[in-house]
Design a protein around this ligand. Structure first.
Ligand SMILES: Nc1ncnc2c1ncn2[C@@H]1O[C@H](COP(=O)(O)OS(=O)(=O)O)[C@@H](OP(=O)(O)O)[C@H]1O
Ligand SMILES: Nc1ncnc2c1ncn2[C@@H]1O[C@H](COP(=O)(O)OP(=O)(O)O)[C@@H](O)[C@H]1O
Length: 207
């Protein structure tokens, strides 16, 4: 019997079908690809390109997109620091379940705080949390502004917008950093291929 958080007298129930069995079935290894970066850096675009490229290779992936999860599971959360931390924590826990299911889980959310990303990393076995930093300067993200949110933030109509009047802490030791090359960005499919090469090299695309 144990106490976890506010749950008392709980006992872990183990099943005879485990992660290894599911990985064998899927011919892949469950893991979490955690895409972090400013709004407009291309997280959702990369997540979709990666999901499609994996699908074409016959690999099962699933995207947890911050914006989308805030439409349901996390609709009770705002953008104040403690709510962002809770958003990241919940997505980290859900991503862990997907990885345990043997799925390549692609989490794409700003996740601006290093401490919270590290807490999600620590939920997974060594190597299974693959942090991908979309290292795109604020100036570039702001010039894209596909939803017009930077404009609203600059006009003071959105308070606490990441990169404007709210912090973004860049990763220090991420597995993959995708930078701008000169004036141009890598294309989403080139970025997806970089991530896929990493997964191949580390053995995640086989059981
Ligand atoms: N204040 C503020 N700061 C940053 N972003 C804001 C804010 N308000 C709304 N949005 C929109 O919400 C999307 C980010 O949600 P996330 O869940 O990824 O954010 S976080 O990880 O909890 O910081 C983000 O989507 P992306 O542009 O896809 O990153 C924005 O569209
Ligand atoms: N690699 C890229 N090169 C050029 N433009 C991109 C790239 N990735 C995304 N974009 C564009 O940038 C904008 C923001 O992309 P999006 O994926 O919505 O970012 P985020 O999810 O980080 O907010 C979109 O208009 C998208 O078409």
């Amino acid at each position: 019997m144990s106490t976890i958080g506010k749950s008392t007298n709980i006992v872990w129930h183990k099943c005879t079908v485990d992660k290894l069995d599911r990985q064998e079935l899927l011919q892949q290894k469950g893991c979490v690809i955690w895409i972090t970066g400013l709004s407009g850096s291309g997280k959702s675009t990369l997540a979709c390109a990666l999901s499609r490229a994996l699908h074409l290779r016959g690999k099962l992936a699933y995207i947890l997109d911050g914006d989308n999860i805030r439409h349901g599971l996390n609709s009770d959360l705002s953008f104040k620091a403690e709510d962002r931390a809770e958003n990241i924590r919940r997505i980290g826990e859900v991503a862990k379940l997907f990885a345990d299911a043997g799925i390549i889980c692609i989490a794409s959310l700003i996740s601006p705080y290093r401490k919270d990303r590290e807490a999600c990393r620590s939920l997974l076995p060594e190597g299974d949390f693959i942090e991908v930093f979309l290292d795109v300067p604020l100036q570039v993200c702001e010039s894209r502004d596909p939803k017009g949110l930077y404009k609203l933030a600059r006009a003071g109509k959105i308070k606490g917008f990441t990169g404007i009047d709210d912090p973004y802490e860049s990763p220090i030791n991420c597995e993959i950093a995708l930078q701008q090359k000169g004036k141009d960005c890598l294309s989403p499919s080139d970025m997806a291929e970089t991530v896929i090469s990493y997964l191949e090299e580390k053995g995640y695309l086989q059981a």
